[in-house]
Design a protein around this ligand. Structure first.
Ligand SMILES: Cc1cc2nc3c(=O)[nH]c(=O)nc-3n(C[C@H](O)[C@H](O)[C@H](O)COP(=O)(O)O)c2cc1C
Length: 388
């Protein structure tokens, strides 16, 4: 077992072990990747205030997200094709999250299905919904998530249309990979991945294949997905989905204060300040820079979470100190999963918890409840001063 001390260690092993197509799918942003880069680099513009001679005993990173106890304010973000990063990836990530005590969010575009993950776990997970034109399919998907006792519906609002990631087009991304010469050459060097995949429960989109008429293979599915994302999605439809679900709803993909106010109006239980990890609108603000204006607009009325760019416990601590009640990691857990399966996801969570705990202590705080903006040095104008 290699010594893992930081998320970057997992990323290095992940890159070695995973087919290029899936590594590139994960490690890309849209177009120039400006937002993808700034999501992380903007965290570096925030500094901690180190405090000394403060009793550091009895520390805890425990907290709550939407009323659920969490071992730390970090959930696993919904990540499509997780089961292509590692055999049965969704099941493994969900198990690691459950054991660690943090929420797992299953993507609509997962490989393992809602039912697979429910059968492999003992506590409720969260289900992420992409809104599609086929209303019957959406209704059935929501019913399946209810039957699986998911405790929150995360509705993603920033992907009615797909931001272009150049590498996915150049690589011909598909699940499972097509047997082209380039793919076969690359796969030949990823024997560990290949052996795992031979024994995997599924290699196609588990929530979709077999649940929609006429969809039996990935080629059909690609066409169906491109046709199906709902371009007409609006706040009336979001309110209807919320009603259909009837439980806790988290609205994901909000980066503008005006949209946060709309989310409040439809009665969201929480919102996620997110730009989809820089995979959608290139040139949008990083999540951490967008957070202050959103908190000013709705922070006292709805729980505000954040994702995009988190690669360390320090990043989590900064987001929480800025006012986020919870955070999510996407790529950071995928690196762990691709590197070492369930143990790798656990390792990613452990790295983050340790970094957060020690940084919190060095800021003179012993619990998440004690963490506030005054542990930070925030440069003047960090959130930007915009005309108009
Ligand atoms: C490979 C990959 C696939 C993703 N798939 C989905 C998805 O299916 N649904 C969704 O709501 N968000 C999806 N996201 C966005 C994540 O939920 C999350 O917003 C993002 O990863 C956060 O940024 P980070 O990766 O820098 O932590 C995906 C992100 C990545 C990297």
């Amino acid at each position: 077992m290699p010594v893992i001390t930081e998320i970057e260690d997992l990323k290095r092993i992940y890159r070695r072990r995973t087919p290029k197509m899936f590594y590139d799918y994960c490690e890309s942003g849209s177009w120039t990747e400006q937002t993808f880069r700034e999501n992380s680099s903007d965290f570096d513009k925030l500094y901690f205030r180190q405090r000394i001679a403060v009793d550091m005993t009895d520390r805890s990173t425990a907290s709550q997200m939407i009323g659920e106890d969490v071992a730390m304010p970090v959930a696993l973000a919904p990540v499509g094709l997780t089961g292509m990063q590692h055999a049965d990836g969704e099941i493994k990530a969900a198990r690691a999250a459950e054991k660690f005590g943090v929420p797992f969010t299953l993507s609509t575009m997962s490989i393992n299905s809602i039912e697979d993950v429910a059968a492999a776990t003992t506590k409720p997970f969260w289900f992420q919904l992409y809104t599609m034109r086929d209303e019957d399919f959406i209704r059935r998907l929501i019913e399946r998530a209810k039957a699986a006792k998911c405790s929150a519906l995360v509705i993603t609002l920033d992907l009615q249309i797909l931001g272009q990631r150049h590498k996915d087009l150049k690589n011909g991304l598909s699940a499972p990979p097509k047997p082209t010469l380039m793919n076969m050459i690359n796969l030949a060097t990823k024997w560990r991945w290949g052996i795992g995949m031979l024994g995997a429960q599924r290699r196609e989109f588990g929530n979709i294949v077999g649940h929609v008429e006429g969809i039996s293979d990935a080629a059909d599915l690609g066409a169906w997905t491109a046709e199906q994302f709902d371009l007409t999605l609006d706040w009336t439809k979001i309110a209807k989905l919320k009603e259909m679900w009837g439980g806790k709803v988290i609205l994901k993909g909000i980066i503008d204060a005006e949209d946060a106010k709309m989310a409040l109006k439809v009665g969201a239980d929480a919102i996620i300040v997110s730009n989809h990890g820089g995979r959608q609108l290139d040139g949008a603000l990083s999540s951490i820079r967008a957070l202050p204006a959103i908190l000013d607009a709705v922070g006292d009325k709805v729980e505000v979470h954040l994702d995009s760019g988190i690669r360390s416990g320090q990043d989590v601590l900064k987001a929480v100190a800025m006012g986020a009640k919870g955070t999510y990691i996407g790529r950071a857990f995928v690196y762990g999963l691709g590197a070492m399966g369930e143990a790798g996801v656990t390792a990613a969570l452990e790295v983050i918890r340790k970094e957060m705990d020690i940084s919190m202590a060095l800021c003179g705080r012993r619990s998440i409840a004690e963490v506030s903006r005054d542990i930070l040095l925030v440069p003047e104008g960090f959130e930007g001063r915009w005309q108009g």
